[in-house]
Design a protein around this ligand. Structure first.
Ligand SMILES: NC(=O)c1ccc[n+]([C@@H]2O[C@H](COP(=O)([O-])OP(=O)(O)OC[C@H]3O[C@@H](n4cnc5c(N)ncnc54)[C@H](OP(=O)(O)O)[C@@H]3O)[C@@H](O)[C@H]2O)c1
Length: 242
């Protein structure tokens, strides 16, 4: 790893109260895609993947959205460096996680939490429990109540959480003011595609100056990828309609 630039002043990080400290990590192409139009998301180079696994080993939990599980079937474990495996959290309102997905059938020693809405079908919840999932019910709405989920995860002693996408969940977490840091690896490749998922999806913001403001923390190089690290500045004061 080569440090290209880093903040010279000491920055004190605000530790959130009542929820974990949340780091959004992703790998994207130069044109901002985190997967191609066919769902291929193998974007990071080997050196960056090692960075990601090291980060995983230093957090209490990794969290992804259900579509990432359905498309990628990831393991969400630490494999490329030595270190402990964090808990795995799937945000899955309707309990659609396949019972034979890798997060449930591989590495059974690691807790996998499936966060659902109260509306999730009971029989699917029972099936997921029968294959070892820990179910956390967060809210009664169509989607998981992310603020409530963060509170519940914090009560389960999750102090640092790594958000690993995809774009829809990234937006929802940013919109709720639930992201403290962003680390994004930019790979020197362009894939285009209007249906390819970008770093942040969702309904978006109309005016640039109402956007979520960031402060650059560092620029690092891992192999051929540039890793940009940012603090999220105004997430608590942001108004989505504004
Ligand atoms: N390159 C990278 O770093 C990287 C990392 C991760 C993923 N990816 C790629 O990203 C793609 C998937 O991204 P995606 O945007 O389609 O899906 P996603 O963000 O993985 O999952 C979105 C789903 O989360 C569920 N969800 C639950 N509560 C929610 C809430 N409060 N707000 C919003 N969503 C909520 C929704 O389904 P329910 O309503 O059914 O719960 C929603 O459809 C895949 O192709 C994957 O390969 C890339």
């Amino acid at each position: 790893m080569t440090v290209i630039w880093s903040l010279s002043e000491r920055t004190s990080v605000k530790i959130p109260v009542g929820r974990p400290y949340i780091i959004l990590n992703a790998a994207m192409t130069l044109d901002g895609k985190i997967a191609t139009k066919t769902g291929d998301s193998k974007i990071s180079c080997t050196e960056d993947l090692q960075r990601v696994h090291k980060l995983r080993a230093n957090v209490d939990a990794i969290m992804v959205g259900i579509r990432t599980v359905l498309i990628d079937d990831p393991k969400l474990t630490v494999r490329l460096v030595k270190g402990k495996n964090p808990l795995r959290v799937i945000v899955d309102s309707a309990a659609r996680t396949p019972p034979n997905s890798k997060v449930l059938i591989e590495n059974k020693g690691i807790t996998t939490i499936i966060a659902v809405s109260e509306r999730a079908p009971k029989e699917r919840i029972e099936t997921l429990k029968s294959v070892g999932a820990t179910i956390v019910v967060a809210g009664t709405g169509k989607h998981v109540d992310l603020k409530l989920l963060m509170k519940k995860l914090h009560e389960m002693r999750i102090n640092i959480l790594m958000l690993e996408g995809g774009g829809t969940l990234n937006w929802a977490m940013l919109k709720e003011g639930l992201v403290d840091e962003i680390r994004v690896a930019v790979s020197p490749v362009i894939v285009g595609g209007e249906n390819a998922v970008t770093l942040v999806e969702g309904e978006g913001i109309s005016v640039v100056n109402k956007g979520i403001k960031l402060k650059l923390q560092a620029i690092e190089q891992y192999g051929e990828d540039l890793v940009l690290k940012y603090y999220v500045l105004n997430h608590l004061h942001w108004d989505v309609e504004g």
